[in-house]
Design a binder for this molecule. Structure first.
Ligand code: SF4
Ligand code: FES
Length: 285
């Protein structure tokens, strides 16, 4: 039953994404071959309490496989070494190179310049994060929301005896309920795209809420469901989501945080109903 609901909501969201596809961007298979591009980069240093900023434009040689991160690294190496960027894996795994590219939150290492329209590419720091310097933002608040969800399996019956360790048996159908949410790399793109986070910094955001669902759905976790749901069931919590769907649209790993939020809401609603029934029965007694 739950799997059918997951699949139905997933299909509805996919349909919606296709309808809303940004008409200003070329489809992914339409490459633009260029020898050079102009990269327009946000410059500013909020650490010095100087909140003024400017844009610098750099001319960079590119090939078909050049990514935006390659272009920024070229800039830093050969044009302006003071440019501040953050990256690590260069293969869409670590989640550190998130930025707004032509206004849309993306991973710089996962975005080829040949996929973008126009000869000038604009890079801005992610929205909804405190700014540090140039394209680098502060993830403290984002990670706090993630930690608030207790993003780990808690099992009081776990056998910790190293000489007698046992595996936890889980059916493939149990795994399917939450598998896609394990692919999250905590890049913060969904958080940056979320209009509710922009209005309320206490709102956990799509990433944290999707992880809250991921652990309530995991059959290896023995935490009472109510304890996990209580974390998100408050005035700054899950009910503030207006289902804009922008989080799912920008996720580079195919995670669908808005689906996670809907499934968590379904759990909360069925849980409340059950609680109500129990209360009424108690009253009758
Ligand atoms: S859900 Fe997607 S966009 Fe959001 S933090 Fe995880 S990987 Fe990034
Ligand atoms: S550098 Fe790791 S995700 Fe881009």
């Amino acid at each position: 039953m739950t799997l059918t609901i997951i699949k139905k909501i997933g299909m509805l969201i996919k349909e919606r994404k296709t309808q809303n596809q940004d008409k200003n961007e070329k489809p992914e298979d339409a490459y633009v071959q260029r020898d050079k591009i102009f990269i327009k980069v946000y410059r500013g240093n909020s650490l010095r309490n100087d909140f003024s900023h400017r844009y610098d434009v750099f001319e960079i040689p590119v090939s078909r496989s050049t990514t935006v991160l390659d272009a920024l690294m070229y800039t830093k190496e050969y044009v302006d070494s003071s440019l501040c960027i953050r990256y690590s894996c260069r293969m869409a795994s670590c989640g550190s190179c998130g930025m707004k590219i032509n206004g849309i939150p993306r991973l710089a290492c996962y975005t080829k310049v040949s996929e973008l329209k126009g000869s000038t590419i604009t890079c801005d720091p992610l929205s909804n994060f405190s700014h540090i310097r140039d394209l680098v933002t502060d993830f403290t608040q984002f990670f706090k929301h993630h930690k608030d969800m207790k993003p780990y399996i808690q099992n009081g019956n776990a056998n910790l005896d190293p000489s007698n360790l046992l595996e936890y048996i889980q059916q493939p159908s149990d795994l399917e309920k939450y598998l896609q949410f394990t692919y999250c790399i905590k890049c913060g793109l969904c958080y940056s795209a979320c209009p509710t986070v922009a209005m309320d910094t206490k709102f956990p955001g799509p990433q944290a809420l999707a992880q809250a669902y991921r652990y309530t759905a995991d059959t290896r976790d023995s935490t009472p469901t109510k304890d996990r749901l209580d974390i998100v069931d408050n005035k700054h919590g899950i009910w503030r989501c207006h289902f804009a769907g922008s989080c799912s649209k920008v996720c580079p790993k195919g995670v669908d945080p808005s689906l996670g939020i809907q499934l968590l809401r379904t759990q909360l609603l069925s849980f409340s109903k059950h609680q109500k029934k129990t209360a009424i029965l108690k009253d009758i007694k």
